[in-house]
Design a protein around this ligand. Sequence first.
Ligand code: BES
Ligand code: MN
Ligand code: ZN
Length: 502
Amino acid sequence: MRISVSNASPLRAKVDSHVFAVWSEDIRGRKIASDDLAKIDRDTRGALSAAFARQRFSGKASDQLIATGPGGREVIFLGAGKRRDAKARTWLTLAARAAKAVQGVRGKSLTLSPRAELDETLTRLLAEGAHLGAYHYDEMRGKGTKAKDKPARLAAVTLCASGADIRALTAAVKKGEVIGEALALARDLINGPGNVITPTALAARAKAWCEAGGLQVEVLDKRKLEKMGCGGILAVNRGSAEPPCMIVMRYRPRGAVKGASLALVGKGVTFDTGGISLKPGAKMHLMKADMSGAAAVIAAMGAIGRLGLPINVTGIVPATDNMPDGNAIKPGDVITHLNGKTVEVLNTDAEGRLILADALVHACREFKPTHMLDFATLTGSCVIALGERMAGVMGNDDEFRTRICALGEEAGEDLWPLPLNEDFTAAMKSDVADLANISSEHGAGAEQGGAFLQEFVDGPKWCHLDIAGPFFASTPFGPYRCKGGTGFGVLTALQTAEALAE
Ligand code: BES
Ligand code: MN
Ligand code: ZN
């Protein structure tokens, strides 16, 4: 999809549809209260004012009106709520609704007039939103699928910003396009089935995307993991026919800031059956998406390279599936991690923390980042605590955790803090080894997972983002998160890299 910015009059553009935002502030007492909107209304033969009069439209964020404009082209008015309450998700939603509305009538091009003063941030959010709204997963449709049975593809979006500095906004649009592309990649990886997105395939996709963005990618194979002593990844992989790997993505730009460096770690369980502690069958297919943390990290790394952010960033993805088998690890088995700590595996379904432990140790030892984030679909407990739209954030530094939650919100992702303290750490003790991978204490499963991971973090300020809620939308979470993989985490990772680069 091509996105551009223009300050020409939108109704003159040769496109399939024109979309206009209508803010609550534009309407006073069932009358149009802004001059430019009044003119648009005249140009569409009063469609909007007629709808006001009949109370069909009030500028509420759920209102939508379709009218006929000059040349018989479609004009869509989208209620956008109160302009002064608008936040990141307002802009993402607006552009995604525009894309969806036009795609819905099989249109290929549109102008979007947000009717607000655009700065670089808002422009970028609109570009991202258009990409997210237009996204469809269709990698798995058969070759014989007819074009008419496939969802329409939006080809061109023009953001209309009258009186703006088009040059500056064009740069912002380019950023939005890169991020939109990254989010689509993350979603494709997440929606990809377990028999296609194997650890090896995940590594190949990471290599292609990241190398094209100027990164160096190294894939540590099973032999290498054995030599290193990555006992967690190897243990989870024991039951599998697919070899594991650890994907290491290095971004080392010229002129990187001196004071900060970032590591991004993502859980890459390409399918989680639970292993010998087998999961129940209902909804098990969703566990193809248990590599959503990995997808977010891979997508963000390639985007960081393309955006040219001036900061050293390393992405690390431990990848394997978790299968039951004669060779699989069993409850009670004891394993040894990369840093020498031993873990009693009391439940083979708490596998994410086992593979992440080695990855966190590797990140701290080899790259000595000042800051580290991990993204993982770690616990059902986090979903009980916070629901399906929010990620839980734990960490070893309260100030950094608060900052990450704020950065996430600025980027359009909802994050909420969860506690970590020495009681949660104590709960992860084992009778026979240094740690157990589950606790016998009731409740706080997300925090117990976080406390376990903390035992493998040495050096950086670190946050653990449990994305088991928002990784996947089982029903559409609104226009910019359609059904399926969401790519949650990409935006927070990018916002963090940008903030640390300053
Ligand atoms: N991948 C799951 C967590 C999960 C569940 C993510 C639902 C997304 C949706 C994870 O590996 C897991 O099985 N966790 C267990 C941990 C427990 C055994 C301590 C869980 O949450 O039940
Ligand atoms: Mn599991
Ligand atoms: Zn899992």
